[in-house]
Write a protein that binds this ligand. Sequence first.
Ligand code: ADP
Length: 347
Amino acid sequence: MFETKSPSTNRISFYIGTVVAIAVTILLIFLSVNKALITVASISILLLTYFFSRYIINEFINRKIKLIYKFIYQTKASKREEFYQNKVLPQKNLDEVGEEVLQWADQRKAEMEMLEKNEAFRKEFLQNLSHEFKTPAFAIQGYLETLISGAMDNPEVSKKFLINAYHNTERLINLISDLDEITRLESGKQQMHLQHFIIQDLVTEVFDALMIKTESKNIQCRIKKGCEQPITVYADKEKIRQVITNLVDNAIKYGNQDGHVEASIYKTDNQSVLFEISDDGIGIAEEHLPRIFERFYRTDYGRSRNIGGTGLGLAICKHIIEAHGQIIHVRSTPGIGTTFGFTLSRN
Ligand code: ADP
């Protein structure tokens, strides 16, 4: 088989030395010089050319390669790198160097792609953000303007407009506090206060806290039969309360009148617990499921906005669960209902 790799410096020098030595030998044979002299001269020329070529190649080509290495590592060479450049690098052939440069280029390409993705993500986030703020802010401005330009004289209309302005202010406040929460979670600065607690007790507390909302839609909240046996988990209780509150709140918001919300808890092994909240509401179409945990992603913008959603609830849940090193998932069928589930550690 032919060797496809570029030869090393030593080999190239040896080839050059051999070619020059053969040429000189042939010349000396033509000139009828005596055999002993030809042998001495050929060996000397071979050695001289070999060392000379090696010196030239090392000086010029390897110096250029070292420059490339310095460029791709971008930093001042550490002692190790210097050793690498002086001792290891000269042994490398051009193919190996080429491969490393290609690897470096691939790495840079991946980095650039990630930066571009982040940039697109940032732009989309800012666009969403300004849209989310604009809608309630303009609505408040509209109600106040109408009141100032005369509607104030009609007590019924002014009460209605003030209530509407108040609801929009509430939306802004919800948005700001959700944003604040998600920023703190994303910065990773929030400390976890891990403790042991009984998950069934926490669910019951959340059901009680949301009673006004469930009663207004006549939704029954319960713990699934067979899951009442107390199970202790080890997690940040207040953060998990927030997750369960968001999930139950969604189950109510997107649930039907006279519907049901059910919590189920299963021990999956000695280490973990699977917690699920199911509803029999409108459900989520399959194409939305992969994006449902993204910030501001909604399946129905109008509906979410009308019921006071910020579009950040599920993103916050995902952050909290992932900060516990656990996973959150969703299953849903339109018209049948939705189940959100997450795992928790037992110890
Ligand atoms: P929002 O404040 O809009 O409720 P979330 O992040 O909590 O924001 O939810 C994102 C979207 O996921 C909602 O707008 C809704 O379209 C969908 N969704 C969440 N929970 C449910 C559910 N239980 N049933 C149906 N759709 C849901």
